[in-house]
Design a protein around this ligand. Structure first.
Ligand code: XIL
Length: 374
C-alpha cells in the first residue's frame, strides 16, 4: 500500500514538474451526481444483475445510482420458501454489491401478502393458523432477516400494500388472522432487530384521496401508539394519465405532514394501453394478450417518446420542487428490456417505462437531469 501511495505521489510530483496535470481516474457524471444534495436516486436490481450476469446494466447502476433495492430476491417466498429454511444466497450477493459500492440499501419487503409462501398462513391441514402462530412466524421471519443485515441495510419496506384504493384494509391473510395489529407488530419486530434501520410503509396508487386518507390514518395511529415509522414509500407505477401531478403532490404533502420521510419508490411509467380500468400495481391482475394492446413492438413512435419524456419531466420537476421532503426516488429497474411492465398485467408486451432503453442507452431525460436542463 505504502509503495502504491509513494508511486502515486511521485507520479503527481513528476507530472507537476513536467508542467502537466496528474492523471485523474475517468469518471463520467451520472444521475447521482446531478441529484446530489436533493435525494437518493435508486434502482431496483433484477436477479440477473445481482448475480453479475447483466454486466452492462451493472455499469449503469454504478455510474448513475446511489441507492438500490432488490426487485424480488428479498421477498419472503425467496428468503424462506419452507418454514425454517432460509435462503440468503441472492440477498447476500445483493447486499455485498451495494456495500462494496457504498450505496444506500433498501430491503424489500418483510411483510406482504403477495409473493409470500403459503406455509406462512396455514397449518399442516391447510387451515389458517392462530393469531399466536402467525405472530411467531412474523417475528422469526422479520428478525432473522433484519438481524442478518443489521447496519448494512439502511431502510426496510416493513409492510407493503395493506390498504386498498378506497382507504379500507386489504383482506389479506395477515389482516384476516391478526386484524390491523399486524402492522404494529411488524414495525416493532423490525425495530427490535435493528434499532438503527429506517422503517417504511410502502404502497401503490397513493394519489387516490381515499387511499391517501387510509394510509395517513393508519400511520397516525401507529405514531400515537409510539411505534416508529420513518417513511412512507409512494410506489410510482404510473401511466400516461394516472395520477395527475396535482393529486400526487397532494398525497406527498399529506404524508410529509406526518413528520416522516417521503420516498418515491418503484417508479416506472407505462405507455401501453391499460386493459380494463387498471391503474396502480395490483399484481394479482392478469389480462389476456391482445395485439391491439401491444402497439409498439417495433419501437416507440417519436410522438409517444416525447410525450413519455414530458410526463417523466413533469414528475421530476415535482420531485425537485419538494426535494426537502423527499429522501429518495427509486426507479423500478434499469432498462426497458428488464421491466416487469413487459409481463404485467399482460404477458408478452413491449413497454418503455424506464430511463434507459433496450440498448442500455440513456433517454433524453437522463441527459436533461445531468445537464440541468429539465
Ligand atoms: C414485481 C416484480 O417487479 C416482478 O418481477 C414480480 O414478478 C412481481 O413483483 N409492487 C411491489 C413490487 O412492491 O415488489 C412488485 O414487483 C411490483 C408491485
Amino acid at each position: 500500500m505504502k509503495t502504491l501511495q509513494n508511486f502515486v505521489v511521485s507520479a503527481a510530483v513528476a507530472a507537476a514538474l513536467l508542467g502537466c496535470a496528474a492523471p485523474k481516474p475517468q469518471t463520467q457524471p451520472g444521475l447521482k451526481d446531478a441529484l446530489s444534495g436533493k435525494f437518493y436516486i435508486g434502482t431496483a436490481m433484477s436477479s440477473a444483475q445481482i448475480i453479475g450476469e447483466d454486466t452492462l446494466a451493472i455499469a449503469i447502476i454504478k455510474q448513475h445510482f446511489n441507492s438500490v433495492v432488490a426487485e424480488n430476491v428479498m421477498k419472503s417466498e425467496v428468503i424462506q420458501p419452507v418454514e425454517g429454511e432460509f435462503d440468503f444466497s441472492q440477498a447476500d450477493k445483493f447486499v455485498d454489491f451495494a456495500t462494496a459500492n457504498q450505496m444506500h440499501v433498501v430491503g424489500h419487503t418483510l411483510i406482504w401478502h403477495s409473493q409470500a409462501p403459503k406455509w406462512f398462513f396455514t397449518d399442516n391441514d391447510g387451515r389458517d393458523v392462530s393469531p399466536e402462530v402467525l405472530t411467531e412466524r412474523m417475528k422469526t421471519h422479520i428478525q432473522t432477516v433484519v438481524k442478518r443485515y443489521k447496519g448494512r441495510v439502511h431502510g426496510w419496506d416493513v409492510v407493503n400494500e395493506a390498504i386498498l384504493d378506497d382507504g379500507s384494509w386489504r383482506e389479506s391473510k395477515f389482516y384476516q388472522i391478526l386484524g390491523e395489529d399486524f402492522i404494529k407488530l411488524a414495525f416493532q419486530f423490525a425495530h427490535e432487530a435493528d434499532p438503527d434501520a429506517e422503517l417504511y410503509y410502502n404502497d401503490y396508487s397513493m394519489a387516490y384521496p381515499g387511499k391517501c386518507e387510509g394510509v395517513v390514518k393508519m400511520v397516525k395511529k401507529l405514531q400515537e401508539q409510539g411505534v416508529r415509522v420513518d417513511g412512507i414509500g409512494m410506489q410510482g407505477h404510473m401511466n400516461m394519465e394516472f395520477p395527475t401531478y396535482e393529486a400526487f403532490e397532494k398525497s406527498l404533502l399529506a404524508f410529509s405532514a406526518l413528520g416522516v420521510k417521503v420516498m418515491i419508490t418503484e417508479l416506472d411509467i407505462t405507455v401501453l394501453p391499460s386493459p380494463g380500468q387498471n391503474v396502480g400495481a395490483e399484481i394479482s391482475l392478469n389480462y389476456d394478450y391482445q395485439k391491439e394492446i401491444n402497439p409498439y413492438t417495433d419501437g416507440l413512435p417519436d410522438s409517444v417518446a416525447t410525450a413519455l419524456h414530458d410526463r417523466y419531466a413533469g414528475f421530476f420537476r415535482l420531485f425537485l420542487k419538494h426535494s426537502d421532503k423527499i429522501s429518495r426516488v427509486t426507479l423500478w429497474g434499469v432498462t426497458d428490456a428488464q421491466s416487469w411492465r413487459n409481463y404485467w398485467p399482460v404477458q408478452g408486451r413491449t413497454d418503455y417505462p424506464l430511463l434507459f432503453d433496450r440498448h442500455y442507452q440513456p433517454k433524453q431525460l437522463v441527459n436533461d437531469l445531468i445537464n440541468g436542463t429539465l
